[in-house]
Each structure stands twice: as structure tokens, then as C-alpha cells.
Design a protein around this ligand. Structure first.
Ligand code: ADP
Ligand code: MG
Ligand code: MG
Length: 928
């Protein structure tokens, strides 16, 4: 499909640059490609005109003019006004009307239009060019006095509010009072006389508020309106929005001056907005609303309940058919669903805007899949059109749409973290913890949150705040811990003392303990306990279809981090192609196991020393023998349990690789907290004596205490100090493999050593492990067990010496959580709960490096990849840090040429899409 591109015709100009692009009579000087210069609206109007669609003639003043306006200290660039006058003349010629001409007046709308549609930009002013004289002309020509006065009062109202900055309420109140006085239900019930009185009143309001008369000269009106559009680019709302969305300040906004067409000329006229497909579900049907005898944003403003667009089929069948045809044409032309604005003037349809439609996650997926089936777009395009966040959303619970319709909305806010949450309102973190502790589901309601509220956020189902944007503490933390969150609900009045809240707009209120339902995907809070719909991957065939296309495109594999057979099976159903990280120690913490592990740890050091002594031929003391016996017995139990776990995982991942990491965390993590134990013993001593066991436990905890445990005895260091850990885990893995294979399975094991910083650490561990492996093999009657031996790269020194390390490792897996900690020198636990948030908020760091891979960390990875492959060209390299499920980080992994990313099970679908997008982006970059 080709798009219509007309070479911008030359246009004479007085200004130093060409600032104006006009359209009309089926031709346009701009086109859809020129969004940078013309903004989305201007480019769309030009393109629609070229495509032969009915648009009212007009012209666009470029974004460059906006930038030059500010560069010149808020002055129109020299010559621009002359060029505007020339362009107005052209519109006059095209329409046969005259700007300011009482006999046949040309009226225009002045519309802002940036490259990206942006809240905060100036609202559109309609009917510009009206004054007492032109009004008379309009009335004469249309023979419709009521229409004339309605247009005029609307103009004064809009121009007064938008350009002259009179409070809009002033006009609204006057309008309401007039309706009341005349017993009118709707605006449309006011007659010409009433509207004429309103005009006088409106002018009075303007004069009273601004001290100036309402400008009568159409050219002065135009000049002021153009400048007001420019000024709105640097208005506070627009600036805040850009900052939040990372949109550059120097894009500027264009100004569109468009011949007015009138939807308020009677019942054969109207105005509306419509999507070419349903933006909620993606269903292929015109979706939208329209109003007869109405103008501009009456539909959106909801001043009358607008009928569905389908009603137009009955009211104006020909217009409807034409609109349907145009919608189809635009969709085909732009190869995407369009969001259309239109007006009907006395049965004639005019198109006023077209743009790609915003859509829900469900619609995005359905539309992309349908458009591939329809042959409109390719599979590759379908992949690029879906945002990873969409996939994420589709896997989160939502509210039952039926229940939502009849629900009482309390307030709207920012959709800061998606998902549906139901719980009882609590107003502080301690109460949240207390209530959650007794099994209550709670929603935490705060004016704003700070690190002091974290404990409450962690136990809440969801969080709502009255203040703060998408990067506020509440929003950032909620996304991080995967809780639904609505932030910045400015209309919610929260009364901590009274433990209640109410909305200024809806008037709805609730108190502590009341059930509320929070929709983090749309940013709304409802009263009561709404039913949720669980988001099952199995029930989403379109998503699966798109992801299967992604699988065909992506270069990298997508594996998962899973420690249990159920998790592995879950991840596999999501499309995981292997386990990139199975953390064995997670198996140590469950139920009776923790007691066994503790038993082993308590005597681990003593037993290890005794074994060394025995190996050197020295006779052992009784207590030494006992220590060995206790230790070995506990370890034997663990070995059996672990082998069972591994068998389960191998079965769940039959035929797929499973990377098992040997024990990693510092041992004290399995012991009671030092302070708790100290308190316990001290208390017991004070009341008659503590048990020997407790005292011994305390002594062991003390002896194992480290100042910086994350940098202490953990990872491969632990295995070197207490080799039995490596031995039993090796035996458990290999015996599980033998058992699964014997029962017809196909286990593929990869044993991974954590935290290697020096090649000798790996060598030593490998010797230990290989000896044990041989022992297992001969015990099993000389079978050969197939396994690969590799390492994590997560210590900067390891990355920098990857060439040496690769001699003994068949694979690398980047542990980017530790690698980030150690590269920055941050302790993650301390940083994320503390200063890191401020760092991100204040822009000291662009993003949280534990969420999105930092470039310097990626730089270390690059060194490791290059050095590792220099030693071993077939080295398999993946990532198993949490970054493996983050789309932006996945792009970086693609650029590094990693073989796979591994992430938690529920992120696997997101990673499949992001990896495919990364492949496509890389390919596009190579082609450049
Ligand atoms: P927004 O950026 O908010 O979409 P627009 O510039 O599209 O603002 O204007 C809002 C509405 O005003 C349009 O949808 C249309 O109904 C009306 N409008 C704008 N220009 C004209 C025009 N020249 N003739 C008739 N209606 C217009
Ligand atoms: Mg608007
Ligand atoms: Mg619009």
C-alpha cells in the first residue's frame, strides 16, 4: 500500500523562512510525513485533502514558527503576519467568503496541534471572525437568527476563556442562569433573543474581568489566538506533561487555521467523534458518538447525552454510509485504526481530524492480529505495534466490565501501575500491616507515600494517592513490587484524622474499613467490592497468536527463573524455552527443610574442620566425630529432598535446558535473626536460664555474623569453605538426571557456579564437582551423565577476566542484580528502600538501574561477552538477573548478542514480544 505524497509546493513568503502550508480544493502543500513541521493535526488534514476527502480549506503555521516565536522573545518572526494575511486571502478565494466581510463572512477555527497529541495545549477556538457586523451577514445568509447568535455566544465564551483567560465558570454560570430563567433544559432550547442577551452579558463579563472590550476586529482576534496557541506550548500543564512523557521542549506546536463548518445549523447538521474499530475490544465496527445540532466539543463535554454513532445510520443514512466509507479508506491508507472527528453541515460531511487511535491492551492485540489476517499489515508490523506493557496488562486481573458499568466511581487518578485490587480502605501503613496481619485485604489510601509507608504498601492489595505523578514514590514502588496503583487523584480529599475520604467532584465518600475497588489500569477507584476477572493466558488466543509470530522473529531464547516444578510448568505454558536460573537455596526454606538446614549449618564449620583433620590422618575427638555425624545426617536428608526437587523440575522441563545454580546466599540467612535470638536468650536468662541449645544457636549466629554479608561468605566462596554443599548438590542433580532418564525422560542439566571473581575460584569448584560427578557415575554402574558446567558473571572482576574464566566454563549467565550492585557500589536492599528513589525523582539517575540495565553495567557485559567468546567461540551466554524481563534491558541484551534472556514466569510473554521487537529494531538499525 502506498501513501499519497505530494511534494510540498513552493510558497512565496515574506518571512525569512517558509512558515505556512495550506490545503484546499483537493490539494495540499503538506502531507502525513510532515508531522514534525505541521503537527499531527495539520499533517492529517493535508493528507486527507490529498486523498480526496472533504475537508474545509485552511492552513498550518509550522512548529518552527512556534520555536522562532519564543527565540525572538515571544514575538512573531518578521514577515510571518504578512504571510498569514496572504494565506487568509487564499482561504477567502477557496471559499468565496471574506474574513471580516459582513456580506459573506469567513469564519475560522484556530487549533493547536503538536507532533504528539498533548493535554495542556490550547483548546480550540471556534467561530473566529465574528463581530456584530459579520454576525448579521451570517444570519442573513443562513436565514437562521438563532444559529447566528448561538455561534456568536460560543465564540465569545471560547475566546474569552481560552485567549483572554477569563474563568470559564463565569460564562457557564451565566449560561445556566439564562437556561433557568427561560425554563430551558438544554442549550438548544434557548431561542435567539435569549442568546442575544447572553452575548451582551458575556461581553460584560469579559470587560469586567480583563478591563478591555472584547476585540471586534477579526484580524486582531486571529493575531491574539495564534499567539495564545504558541504560549500554551510553555504553559505549566503542557510542560509537566512533556517532562513526564519525555517529550522534548523544542518540538513546538503548530497552529491550524481552518474554515468553519457548522454542525449547529439544525437537525440536518451535527458533530461527532468516532473510531474505525472499537478501541476497547478491537472489534471491527465503527465506534463513537455524535450529536445533531451541535458544535465542536459538545459531544466530548457531555452537555447532552450523545447517541451512539450507529444512530446516525437511521438519522442520516447517506452521510453515515459516506462516513463509513471514509473511515475504511483512512484506515487502509494509514494502515491503522483511526480516531476521527467530523462535522455535518446541512447534510454535508466534513472531516476535521484523523489520527491513530489510542487503544486498550486487549484492542491492541486483537487489532494487530486481525490486520495481519486482513492482509493490511505484516506480522513484523503487528509485533512492533504492541507495547510490552500491553502484554503485561493482559496478564493482570481486571474488573468484570459488566460490574464496572453499574459501579459507583469515587474518583479518577493516574493509572500508575496496572491491575485490579479489592480491599478495605486504610489510611496509614501501620494499620495496613495490622489488618493484613489478621487476614484482611486492604487498599492503602494516602495523600502521598514516602519510604516510611513501604511496609504498608507491601501488604496492601493496591495503593491510591491524592498527590504525585507517574514517577512519584507510590507509583515507582507499586510498579516495582507489582501492585496496582492509582496516583495523583487530585480530587480526593483525604482526612487522616477522621479516617475518611471524599471526592470533590463526585461527592462520594468512604471511611476506614469500607470496601473499595481500585483499577490501576484505568486509574479509577470505585465504591464496594467489585468482581474481578482473572487474566488467563490460556484464554487469550489472539495474544498467543501474536507471541507465536514473535517466536518466529526473535533471535534470543526466552527462558525463565523458576525454583519449583509448578513454577517451571507455569513458565513453560507461557512459552519459556528453558530454565535460566533455578535457585537451589529457595528449596531450603520450606517447611521442615529449614530445620534440617539449620541443623547442618550449626555444625558446618566444626564438621568441615574435623573432616580436614581426618583426611590428614589425625585422630578425632568424640565431639568432632559427633559433629561430622550430625552434619552428614542432615546433609544426607537434604540431598534426598533436593534430588526429588530436581527430578520434578527436569520432568516439567523435559527436553529443555535447566540451569541450576549451586548455593548462593550467606548462611546466616537461614538462621534466626541475631537480635531476636539475643533477646530470647537474655529474657530466658533473666527468668531462670536459657536452654543450651538456644545459647549455642546464639553463639553460632554471632560467629557467622558479617559486617557486609552481601560481600562476605557467599556464592562460590561458601562452597570452597564448606565443600560438602557443592558435593551434595552435585550428587542430587546428577542422580536426579539418572533417575529421570531411566524413566524415559530427557533431562538437560547445566550446573552454574555463582559469584566467581577469579578464575581460580571456578577451577577449585570445578575439581570438587567433577570428582563428585565421577563418583556418582561409577556408583551408578559406569553411566556417563551429560551435564554442562558454567558460571555466573556478576562480579566486575569476573566480567573483566572473562577470557580466563571461559577456559573452565561452557556457559555464562549474567547475574545483573549483583553486577549492578557491585558496579555502582550500592547495596540494593538499602538503595531501593532509600536514596535511590530520590536519585530517580531528581534525575540524578535517569532510571532505577535495578529495573533497567545501566549502560555502564552493559559495558561490563560487553567486555565479558567479547573476552569470553575470544576464548571459547561457542560459549553460550544468557542473563538471569531481573533485567531479563524488562523490555528496555532486553533491547540491550539483543545488542550484546546474548543467546537468551531468563526472567520470572509471569514476564515470559512480555519477554517473548520484547525480544522480537529487539530483533526487528536491530535489523532496522543495521539496514540504516
Ligand atoms: P482537539 O485537539 O482537542 O481535538 P480540535 O482542534 O480537534 O481540538 O477541535 C475540537 C473540535 O472542534 C473538533 O473535534 C471539531 O468538532 C471542532 N472544530 C474544530 N475546527 C472546526 C472547524 N473548522 N469547523 C467546525 N468544527 C471545528
Ligand atoms: Mg480539546
Ligand atoms: Mg480534535
Amino acid at each position: 500500500m502506498t501513501s499519497t505524497i505530494s511534494a510540498p509546493a513552493d510558497r512565496a513568503h515574506k518571512a525569512a523562512k517558509r512558515y505556512i502550508y495550506a490545503w484546499g480544493d483537493g490539494a495540499a502543500e503538506g502531507n502525513a510525513q510532515m508531522r514534525d513541521m505541521l503537527g499531527g493535526k495539520g499533517a492529517g488534514l493535508a493528507e486527507m485533502t490529498i486523498a480526496g476527502l472533504p475537508t474545509p480549506p485552511g492552513f498550518t503555521i509550522t512548529t518552527e514558527a512556534c520555536n522562532d516565536y519564543f527565540a525572538a522573545g515571544e514575538r512573531l518572526p518578521d514577515g510571518l503576519w504578512d504571510d498569514v494575511l496572504e494565506a487568509v486571502k487564499e482561504v477567502e478565494r477557496r471559499t468565496g467568503k471574506g474574513f471580516g466581510d459582513p456580506a459573506n463572512p469567513l469564519l475560522v477555527s484556530v487549533r493547536s496541534g503538536a507532533k504528539f497529541s498533548m493535554p495542556g495545549m490550547m483548546d480550540t477556538v471556534l467561530n473566529l471572525g465574528l463581530n456584530e457586523q459579520t454576525l448579521q451577514g451570517l444570519i442573513r445568509l443562513t436565514n437562521n437568527e438563532r444559529f447566528g447568535w448561538d455561534a456568536y455566544r460560543r465564540f465569545i465564551q471560547m475566546f474569552g476563556r481560552i485567549v483572554m483567560e477569563v474563568s470559564g465558570d463565569r460564562f457557564e454560570h451565566a449560561l445556566d442562569a439564562s437556561k433557568q430563567a427561560h425554563g430551558a433544559q438544554q442549550d438548544t432550547d434557548l431561542d435567539a433573543a435569549a442568546l442575544r442577551d447572553l452575548v451582551t452579558e458575556f461581553k460584560g463579563i469579559v470587560k469586567a474581568d480583563t478591563g478591555r472590550d472584547f476585540p471586534d476586529d477579526p484580524y486582531e482576534q486571529l493575531d491574539l489566538a495564534i499567539k495564545a496557541v504558541f504560549a500554551s506550548w510553555f504553559g505549566k500543564r503542557a510542560r509537566d506533561y512533556r517532562k513526564n512523557q519525555h517529550i522534548a521542549d523544542d518540538l513546538g506546536t503548530a497552529v491550524n487555521v481552518v474554515t468553519m463548518v457548522f454542525g449547529n445549523m439544525g437537525d440536518d447538521s451535527g458533530t461527532g467523534v468516532a473510531f474505525t474499530r472499537d478501541p476497547n475490544t478491537g472489534e471491527k465496527t465503527l465506534y463513537g458518538e455524535y450529536l445533531t445540532n451541535a458544535q465542536g466539543e459538545d459531544v466530548v463535554a457531555g452537555i447532552r447525552t450523545a447517541p451512539k454513532i450507529a444512530q446516525m445510520q437511521t438519522d442520516m443514512p447517506e452521510v453515515y454510509a459516506e462516513f463509513q466509507r471514509i473511515g475504511q479508506q483512512l484506515e487502509t491508507h494509514y494502515r491503522d485504526v483511526q480516531d476521527l472527528e467530523f462535522t455535518i453541515e446541512r447534510g454535508r460531511l466534513y472531516m476535521l481530524q484523523t489520527r491513530s487511535a489510542k487503544r486498550t491492551a486487549a484492542a491492541a492485540v486483537r487489532i494487530a492480529a486481525d490486520m495481519v489476517d486482513e492482509g493490511v499489515i505484516t506480522k513484523e508490523e503487528a509485533i512492533t505495534r504492541i507495547e510490552p506493557a500491553h502484554v503485561d496488562q493482559l496478564l493482570r486481573d481486571t474488573f468484570d466490565p459488566g460490574a464496572l458499568k453499574s459501579a459507583t466511581k469515587i474518583v479518577n487518578g493516574l493509572n500508575a501501575s496496572p491491575g485490579a485490587a479489592v480491599g478495605r480502605a486504610v489510611f496509614d501503613a501501620d494499620t495496613a500491616v495490622e489488618w493484613a496481619g489478621r487476614g484482611e485485604k486492604v487498599i492503602l489510601v494516602r495523600i502521598e507515600t514516602s519510604p516510611d509507608d513501604f511496609h504498608g504498601m507491601a501488604v496492601a492489595q493496591g495503593i491510591i494517592t491524592a498527590r504525585g505523578g507517574a514517577t512519584s514514590h507510590a507509583a515507582v514502588v507499586a510498579r516495582q513490587i507489582g501492585k496496582p496503583c492509582v496516583a495523583g487523584s487530585a480530587d480526593l480529599n483525604i482526612d487522616y484524622a477522621g479516617k475518611q475520604a471524599h471526592c470533590n467532584v463526585t461527592g462520594t465518600q468512604f471511611q476506614e474499613g469500607d470496601w473499595v475497588s481500585l483499577d490501576g489500569s484505568t486509574g479509577a477507584l470505585y465504591l464496594g467490592k467489585l468482581p474481578t476477572v482473572s487474566a488467563r493466558f490460556e484464554d487469550q488466543p489472539e495474544l498467543q497468536k501474536i507471541l507465536s509470530w514473535a517466536d518466529g522473529i526473535r533471535r534470543m531464547g526466552v527462558w525463565t527463573n523458576a525454583d519449583k516444578p509448578e513454577e517451571a510448568a507455569q513458565a513453560r505454558s507461557y512459552g519459556a524455552q528453558g530454565i535460566g536460573l533455578c535457585r537451589t537455596e529457595h528449596m531450603f526454606r520450606e517447611g521442615e527443610r529449614l530445620q534440617i538446614v539449620r541443623g547442618a549449618i550449626l555444625v558446618a564449620n566444626q564438621a568441615t574442620r574435623a573432616k580436614a583433620k581426618r583426611a590428614a590422618g589425625t585422630a578425632l575427638e568424640t565431639d568432632e566425630q559427633e559433629a561430622i555425624a550430625t552434619f552428614d545426617a542432615a546433609m544426607a536428608k537434604l540431598e534426598v529432598l533436593q534430588q526429588g526437587d530436581f527430578e520434578g523440575i527436569f520432568r516439567a522441563m523435559d527436553g529443555l535446558p535447566v540451569v541450576i545454580r549451586l548455593i548462593d546466599p550467606p548462611l546466616h540467612e537461614f538462621l534466626p535473626n541475631l537480635e531476636d535470638q539475643l533477646v530470647k536468650v537474655t529474657r530466658a536468662e533473666a527468668t531462670g536460664g536459657a536452654s543450651e541449645e538456644d545459647k549455642e544457636l546464639l553463639a553460632t549466629i554471632k560467629s557467622m555474623h558479617e559486617q557486609n554479608p552481601m560481600l562476605g561468605l557467599r556464592g562460590c566462596r561458601l562452597g570452597i569453605m564448606i565443600p560438602d554443599f557443592v558435593k551434595i548438590q552435585t550428587r542430587a542433580i546428577l542422580n536426579a538426571q539418572i533417575a529421570v532418564k531411566a524413566s524415559g525422560g530427557n533431562p538437560i542439566a547445566k550446573i552454574m557456579i555463582p559469584l566467581v571473581g577469579h578464575t581460580n575460584e571456578l577451577k577449585r569448584t570445578k575439581e570438587l564437582l567433577e570428582a563428585e560427578a565421577q563418583a556418582v557415575e561409577s556408583a551408578a554402574g559406569g553411566v556417563e551423565v551429560d551435564y554442562k558446567f558454567g558460571t555466573m558473571i556478576e562480579v566486575p572482576r569476573g566480567a573483566l577476566t572473562a577470557d580466563e574464566i571461559a577456559r573452565d566454563a561452557a556457559f555464562f549467565s549474567f547475574g545483573t542484580n549483583d553486577l549492578t550492585q557491585m558496579t555502582f557500589g550500592y547495596s540494593r536492599d538499602d538503595a531501593e528502600g532509600g536514596f535511590l528513589l530520590k536519585y530517580v525523582e531528581e534525575g540524578i539517575l535517569p532510571v532505577n538501574p535495578f529495573q533497567t540495565l545501566d549502560d555502564a553495567v552493559a559495558g561490563l557485559m560487553k567486555v565479558a561477552v567479547e573476552k569470553g567468546k575470544a576464548t571459547r567461540p561457542d560459549l553460550e551466554i544468557g542473563i538471569c538477573g531481573e533485567h531479563g524481563g524488562d523490555p528496555a534491558s532486553i533491547f540491550k541484551c539483543e545488542a550484546l548478542g546474548l543467546d537468551y534472556v531468563s526472567c520470572s514466569p509471569f514476564r515470559v510473554p512480555v519477554a517473548r514480544l520484547a525480544a522480537a521487537q529487539a530483533t526487528l529494531t536491530q535489523a532496522a538499525e543495521r539496514d540504516k
